[in-house]
Design a protein around this ligand. Sequence first.
Ligand SMILES: Nc1nc2c(ncn2[C@@H]2O[C@H](COP(=O)(O)OP(=O)(O)O)[C@@H](O)[C@H]2O)c(=O)[nH]1
Ligand SMILES: [Mg+2]
Length: 293
Amino acid sequence: MFSFLKKIVSPFAKKIKALFSNPPDDAAFEHLEQILYEADLGAEMAAQLVDQIRGLYKKNGKLTSEEVLAFVKKELLQGLLPYRPPTDRAKPLVILVVGVNGSGKTTSLAKLAAHYLREGKKVLIAAGDTFRAAAIEQLETWAKRLGVDFVKSQPNSDPSGVAFDALAAAKARGIDVVLIDTAGRLQTKTELMHELAKVRRICQKQIPDAPHETLLVVDATIGQNAIDQAKTFHQFTPLTGIILTKLDGTAKGGIAIAIQKQLTIPIQWIGTGEGAEDLERFDPISYVNALFS
Ligand SMILES: Nc1nc2c(ncn2[C@@H]2O[C@H](COP(=O)(O)OP(=O)(O)O)[C@@H](O)[C@H]2O)c(=O)[nH]1
Ligand SMILES: [Mg+2]
């Protein structure tokens, strides 16, 4: 699990260990704060951890680097939500995928389709990103490649209409999982956020408790902005989970921990590449363990 971490984030533990192999001076503590900050744990958590470790050294000057590492690990694990598997009781299970432009929504949706296909489910994907013709084509290409049902409408049409048609088709065809793509939107554009709320309302006209999952796709490389994005999206369209993408392209794996410490929305999945297979379930506790393995 989380094998990609070995390549990119593991040096994190190694760096901390090296730093405390000799009794630390002020520069060592500053360096530690920088390492934690660069790993994207957030400025506040980084500063707090460093203060705590300074305190530990005051009490015991003979602290070993292993003990420092064990302390950091214990602190990171504290308060992390345990893994929550996605809902799978509803049929069809309706999953709405939201997020800003380029975060990896469409790719993640295709990865989810591949995941449910492997589970033997009948999958339908809906091209709710009606903003650009190219977005509809991108999803249609995935649908063909994966061999799943596909519902679209005209470019620039109302995305709620696509959602409505997709759920009607899913009910008629005995589909197990419906994945609805949406156009990228900045969380600061209120009218676009209201459009998402409308997509949800229209889904409920077909299936009263749909969407069962609303997943925010967040690019891990944007760092602490991820937290602001999640907070605002959550206000307009209650999120049940997060897909954190592009963890393969960043040494900042700490953002996953920062998100889980600051929000009560679980990261359900992480994206670790551009292929349909590059999606892993996220369990925060195993993740922290992997960071330190
Ligand atoms: N390396 C990497 N690239 C990703 C990942 N997820 C998406 N991408 C790439 O990010 C770009 C934008 O993805 P797309 O799904 O079109 O984003 P959307 O605008 O949110 O729908 C594409 O080039 C994807 O291949 C990931 O987990 N890792
Ligand atoms: Mg897209």
